[in-house]
Design a protein around this ligand. Structure first.
Ligand code: GCW
Length: 687
């Protein structure tokens, strides 16, 4: 008998251990505890709110929860007032967000405090770089969930709808309320009737979850699609073409959100092709969208091939236009001045454009952070960015406060994240990459959340296994906290710094191999390629030293920062060492705060990053008893790959830079196992 029970127990445990493939994200919870939901209205959104509560209720059995749509001036936008048994909001999506907050508290063992929670940003948007053929630019988790290659690209199946629904549910659970459905390198076909019909089908599934859809547009669509001889934004025919197109879009999708535009950037056409400014282009589109309440998100990611410093260009092009944009234009600015690097100082446009709505663009997909292979929790990077002090309006003018309406009375506040979502079973390619989608949404709602809190919330919801580890006893839950939650959270919180260390420490940036941006490539400089697409442009290493001189005596990009930052960054003695080689070109024997030479310090950083990944592997192995077998094995495999890649980064960069420094690698550092020629010639499949 005893044996039989054990067998049954074993089978049950195994089933639950094997059933995890990551597809449920952080919404794994299922409950049989009854709850009585009271709501005096019905609607598709409220029905979802009700069913989520019923599916996941983990509070007092048989409790009543009252959902009420109210008119309360203390609640802003889609915010909500919450207590243990009631959720009030001015809007239906607000009720839904309140429901998810209540469930999150239950699932993470937090007491539901009575409070009002208002969103930090009104527009909390995912940017999908999905192409109409189903591929995704910088996508590492399979094909597009929206588009498909070939003939049936425009077909909508029941499976598609189911997937979009799961996607919408996950987004709503973290407060995301917008999705740009296609790549910023936009195909004009996206504005054809057929694609608009498909977009409509997507919008219909997303709508009850409070999510609006947006499209990226190609600026030259009037010529490419409409057959006009020009796409000049001041040409009356062009203006008319856009107005007609916008009318058509709204007749198909009445709550369409608006356009995202990449113009005069990396070869994309824009108003400058016709001698016009970004403001001319953005305003023309904004005027067409305005009657319908639509917005234009106009990207500031611009740089010309002939400039002496790419980092200064967005500021140079956009600052003179401050005050010239229509109210419904938001300038979308990447967090750093160059391009989603493992570490950059914040873009100096934040806080500087005072008469224009400015929104941060973060990259959730890890183009420059190890893609689907490396475990890197990006919340630490975003926290550092949002809390960066700009000093634009005195101290306390953090990037967060400069963009969320706390300081400037901008009508539209917004934040975007470049999505890491694809058709993979676990949505994001790496189980831990889900944490970045999660953290982006939560930060878009509340930009004061810490990476520590976000990591903890996510782990609890994603990995806790009440059934399989008999968590009914408080003993096992303490064990889980001490031996799983704490070390795994620590690993996540250290992961971004580790990646910076083994890839490009001390302010180094953009030293990736070739176009794929995965492995090391500080040597990469094919003949004929524009200089600012090659790493030597960024690291400037020679026998005298290393680093990009952006001081007053160099490119002067430092002057784009407000005092006291300008002086702080400009002076090598006060420049934070994390940004040292971003702002300064320094000799190899420059003395660091640690007392070491710059060369030695660089070596120790690479070594520290590499050794950290080794530690992560040990932490993960030790966590095995608390994990289902599939996710354990999948992450273990990726960590091993990350370790190999970190070794390549360390070896490749140290051996390459050593040619210039002509110094020995300190003895207490594990010597490189590869040789430089081998890495450069690419005989390492891991690169
Ligand atoms: O980081 C670079 C990417 C491009 C991308 C571009 C952008 C969509 O390498 O793939 O294009 O940024 O943000 O526009």
């Amino acid at each position: 008998m005893i044996k039989l029970t054990s067998v049954i127990l074993l089978i049950c445990t195994s089933i639950s251990l094997f059933a995890e493939n990551g597809s449920k994200l952080w919404l794994r919870y299922e409950s049989t505890t009854a709850v009585n939901v009271v709501c005096d209205r019905t609607s598709p959104t409220l029905a979802i709110a009700r069913s989520e509560l019923e599916k996941a209720w983990d509070g007092e059995a048989g409790a009543t929860v009252v959902l009420t749509v109210v008119k309360d001036s203390a609640i802003i936008g889609d915010g909500f007032r919450i207590s243990k048994n009631s959720i009030q909001a001015n809007t239906e999506p607000g009720i839904l967000y309140g429901v998810f907050e209540l469930l999150r508290c239950q699932q993470t063992d937090q007491v539901t405090q009575e409070k009002i929670s208002n969103p930090a940003y009104n527009y909390r948007i995912l940017n999908h770089w999905d192409n109409p053929d189903g591929s995704i630019e910088r996508g590492y988790a399979g094909g597009s969930i929206f588009w498909r290659r070939g003939q049936d690209s425009l077909v909508v199946t029941e499976n598609d709808k189911l997937r979009w629904k799961e996607y919408a549910r996950a987004n709503a659970s973290i407060g995301i309320n917008g999705a740009v459905l296609n790549n910023v390198n936009a195909s004009p076909s996206m504005l054809t009737k057929d694609y608009l019909e498909k977009a409509k089908a997507i919008a219909e599934v997303l709508r009850p979850y409070g999510i609006k859809i947006y499209l990226s547009i190609k600026f030259s669509s009037p010529s490419m699609l409409g057959g006009l001889s020009s796409s000049d934004p001041l040409d009356p025919e062009v203006i008319q073409w856009w107005q007609t197109k916008v009318n058509e879009i709204y007749s198909i999708i009445p709550d369409f959100g608006g356009f995202l535009v990449k113009a005069n950037s990396e070869g994309q056409p824009g108003p400058q092709n016709y001698g016009r400014t970004h403001a001319d282009g953005a305003n023309m589109l904004a005027d067409a969208l305005k009657p319908f309440g639509g917005i234009v998100m106009w990207r500031a990611f611009v740089y010309a091939p002939d400039s002496d410093d790419r980092a200064g260009q967005a500021y140079n092009e956009f600052m003179p236009l401050d005050g010239q944009f229509r109210e419904n234009v938001i300038i979308q600015v990447k967090n750093g001045p160059v391009d989603f690097q493992p570490r950059e100082p914040f873009s100096p446009l934040f806080g500087a454009m005072k008469k224009t709505s400015v929104m941060p663009e973060l990259q959730i997909t890890m183009e420059y952070l190890g893609q689907e292979v490396h475990l890197v929790f990006l919340a630490s990077m975003w926290e550092e960015f949002l809390n960066s002090e700009t000093y634009q309006e005195g101290s306390g003018s953090t990037v967060a406060r400069c963009t969320d309406g706390s300081i400037f009375p901008q009508k539209y506040t917004a934040i975007a994240g470049v999505s890491n979502i694809g058709l993979d079973t676990n949505w994001c390619g790496h189980h831990f990459a889900q944490a970045n989608w999660y953290a982006f949404g939560r930060l878009a709602w509340n930009n004061k959340l810490t990476s520590d809190q976000l990591g903890e919330e996510w782990i609890k919801q994603t990995f806790y296994m009440p059934a399989s580890n008999n968590s009914a006893s408080s003993e096992s839950s303490t064990e889980w906290t001490e031996n799983f939650l704490i070390p795994i959270k620590e690993m996540m919180l250290q992961s971004r710094e580790a990646a910076v260390n083994y890839m490009m420490p001390l302010g180094l940036h953009h030293i990736f191999a070739g176009y794929d941006h995965y492995g090391p490539g500080p040597w990469y400089a094919p003949k004929g390629l524009r200089a600012d697409w090659t790493p030597p442009y960024y690291h400037q290493a020679d026998t005298n030293g290393i680093g990009f001189d952006r001081t007053l005596k160099g490119s002067n990009a430092v002057s784009q920062y407000h005092e006291p930052l300008r002086s702080q960054f400009n002076d090598v003695n006060t420049c934070p060492e994390i940004y040292l080689l971003w702002f300064h070109h320094l000799p190899w024997d420059y003395k660091m705060k640690s007392g070491r030479t710059l060369w030695d310090e660089l070596c120790y950083h690479y070594e520290a990053g590499f050794q950290k990944v080794h530690e992560f592997r040990k932490i993960w192995d030790a966590a095995k008893p608390f994990l289902d077998s599939d996710r354990f094995a999948e992450v273990q495999k990726k960590l091993n790959e990350q370790y190999l890649n970190a070794q390549l980064w360390k070896d490749g960069c140290l051996l390459y830079f050593q040619q210039f420094s002509r110094r020995a690698i300190p003895k207490d550092i594990e010597p490189p196992v590869h040789n430089l020629e081998g890495i450069v010639s690419g005989d390492h499949p891991e690169i």
